[in-house]
Design a protein around this ligand. Structure first.
Ligand SMILES: [Zn+2]
Length: 430
């Protein structure tokens, strides 16, 4: 469980010989075993029937006694099977890398060397030295994507690898080269450079033997989402490299299972700042549809971010401490009966209490086509609240769903800057 932390990704590769999966038709892809109710407070369902659910504290705090169970719940929520009290590490090396690279360290180093020379890239190793005595930090001033170099976490470290230097090296070098080749596209789409150290919404201090202590600022939601989409895009790229450059034959099922394992580990990493140890937790990745996995991973991050009071624009600058929330309330309930006036009175009283006031737009037409065209008259409320009140407002909206007898209620949250103008000049409100 206690693995050395790394500055760049050092996810262990994974290999599986799971006969039960090989019997199946590979086109049969597992879909959404667990529906996550994103309007609820963050809670991952437990594995066993009747088991409690797990919140963000258990998941983000590795010292918490329930952390292992919470981590299992996370992997399960993203589509893995959990085998309690079973070490599944030997099931986690999925790609048949040895076929093309050979089984010894020398074989793999030589195969990689020929390829890297051809494409003009190289790799350097960071982390503990092979004897476990010293520690090398990656020096990005001397070697980075700019100089066509990727940094690979020490494959000889038994904590980070699956005790198979050759396999680990082949997996990591092809994976990190894929990361490098796709990095610019992600930077353009998100408007931020990649960050992989730290955890969502919480400071993180890394302490490990033989290396300097590093304190990191909290990851923002956009940084976390960028990291997850980077993994999502890297996966087909790494497969392409392994198949077309090295002739590794990867089945759709192997690809989907590797993808799930990698995405679940990346989600765990963004939430905790650490690499996971899926083998110790009995994790067996299933061949889940890639878009489903991406949707669940990012859904979990949005869910966690809301729990932490983070806005989507957090980290973009000063003045984004406020959230504008718009809440449309239909004037009739689901059976077409007009909503009693006192219900609106109750809701407005709650908004005054929570947000000290509101803006009310009477009789706004809501129209949508959800299979059949539907028009509905709504009252649209707008409030501006402190970012950290978002949870309270979501709880109020949930209560209102019952009072107004609605199947669903939509609230839209935006980060806004609030500027008050008055006799003393102007200034940002607190
Ligand atoms: Zn990666």
């Amino acid at each position: 469980m206690d693995r050395t932390e790394t500055l760049i990704e050092a996810r262990p590769p994974a290999q599986v010989e799971l006969t039960s999966f090989h019997d199946k038709d590979t086109s049969c892809v597992t879909r959404s075993p667990i529906a996550i109710q994103l309007s609820e407070p963050f809670a991952l369902p437990g594995i066993d029937p009747g088991e409690r659910s797990y919140g963000l504290e258990e998941l983000q705090n590795r010292a918490h006694p329930e952390h292992s169970c919470a981590t299992q719940a996370l992997f399960r929520a993203l589509g893995a099977e959990i085998r309690q009290k079973q070490d599944t590490a030997s099931f986690l090396k999925i790609y048949p890398v040895h076929e093309a690279f050979g089984t010894t360290r020398q074989d793999v180093e030589q195969t990689l060397c020929i390829w890297l020379t051809r494409i003009g890239w190289r790799y350097q190793i960071f982390g503990p030295d092979e004897e476990g005595g010293g520690w090398t930090n990656p020096d990005f001033r001397k070697a980075s994507y700019q100089t066509k170099t990727v940094w690979i976490y020490q494959p000889a470290d038994p904590h980070g690898s699956f005790r198979d230097y050759a396999y680990t090296l082949a997996w990591r070098v092809t994976h990190e080269i894929a990361h490098a080749l796709l990095n610019d596209g992600l930077t353009a789409d998100y408007g931020i450079v990649g960050r992989r150290l730290g955890r969502l919404g919480q400071k993180k201090v890394y302490r490990a033997n033989g290396r300097p202590t590093i304190a990191t600022s909290p990851l923002t939601l956009p940084e976390a989402l960028r990291a997850i989409e980077w993994e999502h895009r890297v996966f087909p790229k790494q497969r392409e490299i392994l198949e077309t450059e090295f002739g590794v034959r990867i089945s759709e099922e192997e690809f989907l299972r590797e993808n799930l394992l990698n995405m679940a580990d990346a989600t765990y990493r963004v939430l905790t700042g650490h690499f996971s140890s899926p083998g110790d937790l009995g994790v067996v990745p299933l061949p889940v549809n890639r878009e489903d996995v991406f949707g669940r991973s990012t859904g979990l991050l949005w869910w966690a971010a809301r729990e932490l009071g983070l806005g989507t624009l957090q980290g973009s600058g000063l003045g984004l401490r406020h959230r504008r929330v718009s809440i449309p309330i239909p004037v009739s309930d689901n059976n077409g009966a007009r909503v009693p006036r006192e219900h609106f009175g109750w809701f407005e009283g709650e908004l005054r209490r929570l947000a000290s006031g509101f803006r009310k737009h009477h009789r706004v037409l809501g129209s949508w086509d959800g299979g059949s065209l539907r028009d509905e008259w709504v009252v649209l409320y707008e409030v501006t609240i402190e970012a950290q009140q978002t949870r309270e407002l979501v709880a109020l909206a949930e209560k209102a769903r019952g009072v107004f007898r609605q199947d669903v209620i939509l609230i839209e949250v935006t980060a806004v800057e609030k500027i008050l103008l008055g006799p003393t000049g102007f200034g940002r409100s607190q």
